[in-house]
Write a protein that binds this ligand. Structure first.
Ligand code: SAM
Ligand code: SF4
Ligand code: SF4
Length: 340
């Protein structure tokens, strides 16, 4: 058997993130601001989206090239109808050891959580940026209450989709004062809170370096109240740096893609809802796999290998204010399109 491809920096291909829709029922101010994603915004047409069969076909080609972890994302993946069917078909691919999904939790009813679990989902990540109801409603910008997201987390835990990761994007001036309350809410629970540095994804979220609360600032703020110590990574390409409470109240993670980039261990590819493959979250262009899967599916596996062998990306390592200005040469891909 031919060995799996490595890229030009010696990195293997292990993870595939699959965006199943560019639509969302939230309008988080840092991700899909209403000023851009309003009534006039043109989302992808139904016929532009990959079908579940096409997604599974492409996923199999990635698994044949070394991928064992799949994550479903969006937009909001739970707004795509019958997503459980896709989950069942991805779960049946031999070689997939981990199948997870990232959601804002709004549609995570007890019934939906049970259906996701029954379809073969192994884990779930729920995003939550604040416990303060008024602030959270302002951030999601559709007045969605905190309590319902907490219920979604509980529903997922009840059916065995845990340990649940809870993602909090921290943006200075937006929710930095919620870092310690969030830590305290999830301390002593089986859920793992992960703080994400605000990233310069896309071109519509008005990113400025000074808005980033760095991982070390986040850790310092929590450590001052509840002492922490670092713990090792679960696996080499793990993006979150892990910390545990010295008093045994559990662990948390920080994803420091801005202040401490981890491109050297990045083994991840991304598939957009319309079938573009990206080898970096900050890529300016993708590779068309929709045409391939529709016209010449027999070539998919070789196409993945070729694409990966040519990969050179390390955006976060070379990010500066200058590289941010690269937007002048063409827009980067939006987070709601590629899914994080
Ligand atoms: N809608 C789902 C959700 O919110 O979990 C899945 C898609 S969302 C794009 C995936 C993750 O990306 C969320 O945790 C979200 O908070 C995060 N995210 C969006 N924009 C971001 C940014 N500019 N910097 C860092 N994280 C961001
Ligand atoms: Fe939607 Fe997730 Fe983006 Fe919020 S972060 S607007 S929930 S895709
Ligand atoms: Fe991977 Fe690109 Fe992020 Fe670096 S910047 S860690 S290469 S996705």
């Amino acid at each position: 058997m031919e060995s799996h491809p490595v890229d030009t920096r010696g990195r293997g291909l292990r993870d595939l993130r699959i965006s199943v829709t560019d639509r969302c029922n939230f309008r988080c101010v840092y991700c899909m601001p209403k000023s851009v994603f309003g009534a006039a915004y043109r989302f992808l047409d139904r016929k532009e989206l990959l079908t579940f069969e096409e997604i599974a076909h492409i996923a199999r080609a990635f698994v044949a090239n070394g991928v064992s972890k799949l994550r479903i994302t969006g937009g909001e993946p739970l707004v795509r109808r019958q997503i459980e069917h896709l989950i069942a078909s991805l779960a049946s691919i031999e070689g997939v050891t981990d199948l997870s999904l990232t959601t804002n939790g709004a549609l995570l009813t007890a019934k939906r959580a049970a259906a996701l679990k029954a379809a073969g989902l192994t884990r779930i990540t729920v995003s939550l940026d604040s416990l303060d109801d008024a602030l959270f409603k302002q951030i999601n910008d559709v007045k969605f209450p905190v309590e319902q997201v907490l219920e979604g987390i509980a529903n997922a835990a009840a059916v065995g989709l845990g340990p649940i990761k809870v993602n909090m994007v921290v943006k200075r001036g937006m929710n930095e004062h919620e870092v310690v309350p969030m830590a305290e809410r999830f301390r002593g629970t089986p859920h793992i809170l992960r703080f994400i540095e605000f990233m310069d994804v896309g071109t519509t979220n008005g990113w400025r370096l000074e808005d980033v609360m760095s991982a070390s600032e986040i850790i310092n703020a929590i450590n001052a109240v509840h002492p922490l110590e670092p713990i090792g990574a679960n696996y080499q390409s793990e993006v979150a740096k892990r910390w545990r409470y010295r008093d045994g109240a559990g662990e948390l993670g920080v994803i420091s893609s801005v202040s401490q980039p981890f491109c050297g261990a990045c083994t991840r590819a991304r598939l957009s809802a319309e079938g573009q493959v990206y080898t970096c979250l900050f890529a300016q262009s993708g590779h068309d796999f929709r045409t391939l899967v529709r016209d010449d599916p027999a070539r998919l596996t070789a196409a993945v290998a070729r694409l990966w062998r040519a990969r050179d990306d390390r955006y976060s390592e070379i990010r500066t204010f200058e590289t941010h200005r690269l937007v002048e040469f063409g827009p980067k891909i939006e987070m709601s399109y590629i899914g994080g």
